[in-house]
Design a protein. Structure first.
Length: 275
């Protein structure tokens, strides 16, 4: 593109940006060789989906693969380095791993807190993103003390392996789901396991443990109640949401790529497999 190119009225360069958090709620930013920062991502090519654009940019910029790309969270207007009008579309992204291999264009990839983010020297035309910190680090959509409550099944096989399910984003969860109003715990678990895996429950035991988690994508707190569950059989037929189900050992469990809301399970593994 020639440096003196001026787009016609109503034409903007469109960029897709990845919103990537670590487990301390810090967000990923890239520093260029001039010491200025930007959000991960870049221009969206013609004929390219948002998800494909983000996946390509992350591979090109820092050599990582996106495990899941969520729906658009927000957009902001800004300008290119040459002063052309630009629109940035921001999507939540989860990575398979956070081992970055910066390209020639990226001097450093690092996670920063909100306070650090708001003080960073962003590239010319990119500084507008700092005005959107409340969208990057939102408060809860629902007032305290409201949580979205989900019931999950701790289901074992004869080898003491635990059942996990894989969603369409290739991230793992324990089987189960949201507890609807006016529904008993038993009815909820039976419905969820039937919908997700096409199986029937033989027996529901006691709660094994409870944990809470913050959902970055949906901006609310969650509470997970985990019950011991025995199935009538292990012949699974995944539904529309889950693509696979399998039993895993403790060591395999710790190596899985978990949904952000279920990552606290990695610190609760001794409750699943008591020593």
């Amino acid at each position: 593109m020639p440096p003196d190119f001026v787009p016609p009225q109503n034409y903007y360069r469109v960029s897709v940006k990845a919103l990537i958090f670590d487990n301390q709620r810090r967000v990923l930013v890239f520093k260029d060789h001039a010491g200025e920062y930007e959000m991960p991502g870049g221009g969206l090519d013609h004929g390219e989906s948002y998800e494909a654009g983000i996946r390509r940019e992350l591979r090109e910029e820092v050599g990582v693969e996106a495990a899941q790309v969520g729906p658009e969270l927000f957009s902001y207007p800004c300008h290119t380095l040459h002063g052309r009008p630009k629109i940035c579309l921001v999507f939540p992204v989860w990575l398979n791993a956070q081992h970055f291999k910066p390209s020639d264009e990226v001097a450093e990839a690092r996670f920063v807190t909100r306070e650090e983010f708001e003080r960073l020297p962003f590239q010319r035309g990119e500084a507008e993103v700092t005005a959107y910190a409340d969208k990057i680090w939102p408060g809860s959509r629902y007032p305290s003390p409201f949580y979205r409550v989900a019931l999950r099944g701790i289901i074992r096989d004869e080898q003491d392996r635990v059942l996990v399910v894989e969603n369409k984003g290739h991230l793992f969860e324990l089987p189960g789901g949201g507890w609807e109003h006016d529904e008993t715990e038993e009815a909820c678990l039976r419905r969820e396991l039937s919908e997700e895996l096409g199986v029937e429950i033989k027996y529901i035991g006691d709660i094994q443990f409870v944990y809470k988690a913050w959902s970055e994508e949906r901006a609310f707190w969650m509470l997970r109640l985990n019950y011991a569950v025995t199935l009538k059989n292990h012949k699974f037929t995944p539904g529309d949401v889950m693509i696979a189900a399998r039993f895993v050992t403790r060591d395999e469990f710790l190596q899985l790529a978990w949904c952000s809301e279920d990552k606290p399970l990695l610190e609760l593994v001794d409750k699943i497999w008591p020593q």
